[in-house]
Design a binder for this molecule. Structure first.
Ligand code: UDP
Length: 342
């Protein structure tokens, strides 16, 4: 019997990383998690073990540390790497840009050097729809222009994609997945989003507000040029997003060229307003949310949603969960985590 492919998942203890680890294990791959736990929690590792009923090997290593990373690669024989480890808060990146440039760029270049040394040539990269800036037209396709990023975070994603394009010279076959808005949690209720401190993102703020951990939700702006005046986004269930990584690895294995760089939008194709998310959360979970309207959040984009047809066709991927299910799962996870009965 041939050996199962082994995949290193950097940032595997994070929100999307942990769900991807579960999907990879369930698809029959060997997985090794590399995470410095700077923005994640060991709770996620427990959740992964409980769902998969295995212990996934874990290295507490920072991807900007070449020696430590090299040691991980010496001790394992990887077929591919999925690179999630990065800082991801738009607002924070504006106030601490150097940390963002240093961490997000250096971790990728360090990883690529180590991969090159150990002849690991397949990489899946966590990118974001922020690379499109404020788009002139929606939905955005992979051909939509890459505009000036509206935050240092967005700029790091643009630069990392450029680095991957240039890394073809080392024989790297890379797929960059441009995520839209990942939400939800594992249907088991054992894994979910666990932001450190006050959540920046909409859905974890909603669930924490509903759980009484946070005060009332502020909806940032209600005079945008949208049907109800609030921003439009494309919310994708985290398990569907995780599944796109499994498909991306299949895609890489089918490539005949020695190297390449491929980008895919990973979204549902449906644009939804902030108010619609709030209303749907209340309805599906039978919970009343306290909210009020506040000023626009600096750097926010009015309207963005995906044309995901390239991923549908080339990755043979399709989202399976609805937004309703995502909001149910997110609330289920929050209730389990906070031990709330309802
Ligand atoms: N949002 C909001 N209140 C919050 C958090 C987010 O109104 O407490 C809005 C935000 O302005 C945006 C949408 O929810 O229009 C999604 O924001 P999020 O931070 O989740 O993702 P982003 O699209 O900014 O990456």
């Amino acid at each position: 019997m041939s050996k199962k492919p082994t995949i290193a998942v950097t940032g595997g203890a994070g929100f999307i990383g942990s769900h991807t680890v579960v999907q990879l294990v369930e698809a029959g791959y060997e997985v090794v998690i590399i995470d410095n736990l700077s923005r994640s929690d060991r709770t996620m590792l427990d959740g992964i073990s409980r769902i998969t009923k295995t212990t996934v090997p874990f290295y507490e290593v920072d991807c900007t540390d070449p020696k430590a990373l090299d040691k991980v690669f010496l001790e394992n024989s990887f077929d591919a790497v999925i690179h999630f480890a990065a800082y991801k808060a738009v607002g924070e990146s504006v106030s601490m840009p150097l940390d963002y440039y240093e961490n997000n760029i250096l971790s990728l270049t360090t990883l690529l050097r180590v991969m090159n040394k150990h002849a690991v040539r397949s990489l899946i990269f966590s990118s974001s729809c922020t690379v499109y800036g404020e788009p002139d037209m929606v939905p955005v396709t992979e051909q939509s222009p890459i505009k000036l990023a509206n935050s240092p975070y967005g700029a790091t994603k643009q630069m990392c994609e450029r680095i991957l394009e240039d890394a073809k010279v080392y024989g790297i076959q890379a797929v960059s997945l441009r995520y839209f808005n990942p939400i939800g949690a594992h249907p088991s209720g054992l894994l979910g989003e666990l932001p450190i401190g006050v959540p920046n993102n909409l859905v974890p703020f909603i669930t924490q507000s509903a759980a009484g951990v946070r005060g009332s939700l502020t909806i940032f702006g209600n005079d945008y040029q949208t049907p109800d005046g609030t921003c439009i986004r494309d919310y994708i269930h985290v398990v569907d997003l995780a599944d796109a990584h499994v498909r991306a690895f299949d895609f890489i294995r089918q490539q005949e060229e020695a190297s390449g760089f491929h980008v895919f939008n990973v979204g549902t194709g449906r644009g939804v307003t902030v108010l619609e998310v709030v209303k749907e959360f209340e309805e599906v979970n039978k919970v009343k949310l306290n909210y009020s309207f506040g000023p626009k959040r600096p750097g926010d984009i009015e309207k963005v949603f995906a044309d995901p047809s390239k991923a549908f066709k080339s990755l043979m991927w399709r989202p399976k969960f609805s937004m309703k299910e995502a909001l149910q799962h997110a609330w289920q996870w929050e209730k389990n985590f906070r031990k709330i009965e309802q």
